[in-house]
Write a protein that binds this ligand. Structure first.
Ligand code: G3P
Ligand code: CA
Length: 233
C-alpha cells in the first residue's frame, strides 16, 4: 500500500501521488483526511498546511476554495476524498483512509465520510484507520460492516493506546508502527490474532523482514515500486 500515495517520488496525498502509485504497481493507497471550514473532506496529512504549502493555515479554519488556490507540490492541488474515490476506487483493491483527529469530537467528519462511502458504494474497497479510538467508534456506529484498522505507535497518548480498545472496536487489523517491534513490551502486539498492517516500511531490509511473516496482511510504504519488485522476486 502506497503511503500518502507514491510519496517518495511525488507530492504526498495528491492525485499525482496516487496515479504514480498505480503505475508503480501498488495494490492500494493510504491517505489522510480532514474536514474544511465549509464541511468538505480533503486529503492531507497535517492539520496545518505550512509544511506543505508554506502558508500557516489550518484546514479546519479554511474553505475548500481557499485551499484550492495553493500549491501542494509540483503544482498539485489539495484533493477532496470524492475526487480520490472517483478516480481510484476502480484502480486499487484497497484504499486506506486515515481519519486525522486527536480530540474527543471532530466536527462530524465521520458522518461526511459515511455519506461519501455510500455515494461511491466504496465499502468493500475501503479500510478506515485512526490513532484515535473515538473516531473509529463513531465510524463503527455509522457504518457497522466497514473494515477498521486500529493504528498504534509509541507516541500515542496513554488512553488511545490502551490494549482494551481492540476488544471494543473489533477492528479488521492492527495497523502497527514497525518500530514497536523493537520494544519487548510492545512486541506482544505482533503476536495477536489480528491481521497486521505494518508502516512505514521503506528499506529493503525491513521489507524482507515483514514479507517473511505470514500474519502481515499489508505493508505500507513510500516506495511501492521497490516493494512490488521484492514481492515478485
Ligand atoms: O497508516 C499509517 C501511517 O500513515 C500513520 O502515520 O503520520 O504517516 O499518518 P502518519
Ligand atoms: Ca496516515
Amino acid at each position: 500500500i502506497a503511503h500518502r500515495g507514491a510519496s517518495a517520488s511525488e507530492p504526498e496525498n495528491t492525485l499525482k501521488a496516487f496515479q504514480t502509485a498505480y503505475k508503480l504497481g501498488a495494490d492500494g493507497i493510504e491517505l489522510d483526511i480532514h474536514l474544511t471550514k465549509d464541511g468538505k473532506i480533503v486529503v492531507c496529512h497535517d492539520n496545518n498546511i505550512k509544511r506543505i504549502t508554506g502558508k500557516p493555515l489550518k484546514i479546519a479554519h479554511s474553505s475548500l476554495a481557499q485551499l484550492r488556490k495553493l500549491d501542494f507540490g509540483k503544482g498539485e492541488k489539495i484533493p477532496t476524498l470524492d475526487e480520490v474515490f472517483d478516480g481510484f476506487l476502480k484502480k486499487f483493491s484497497i484504499i486506506n483512509v486515515e481519519v486525522k483527529s486527536t480530540g474527543l469530537s471532530n466536527h462530524g467528519v465521520e458522518e461526511k465520510l459515511a455519506k461519501c462511502l455510500k455515494k461511491f458504494k466504496a465499502h468493500d474497497k475501503v479500510l478506515v484507520s485512526s490513532f484515535n479510538p473515538f473516531n473509529l467508534l463513531r465510524v463503527k456506529n455509522l457504518v457497522p460492516n466497514l473494515r477498521l484498522g486500529y493504528l498504534m505507535c509509541r507516541e500515542q497518548n496513554v488512553i488511545a493506546r490502551n490494549r482494551l480498545w481492540p476488544s471494543v472496536l473489533r477492528p479488521h487489523s492492527l495497523n502497527l508502527d514497525q518500530n514497536l517491534y523493537k520494544y519487548a513490551r510492545h512486541r506482544t502486539l505482533f503476536k495477536t490474532d489480528y491481521p497486521k498492517w505494518i508502516w512505514t516500511v521503506n528499506t529493503l531490509k525491513d521489507m524482507r523482514f515483514w514479507i517473511a511473516r505470514n500474519d502481515v496482511e499489508a505493508i505500507i510504504t513510500n516506495y511501492p515500486d521497490k516493494l512490488r519488485k521484492l514481492i515478485e522476486k
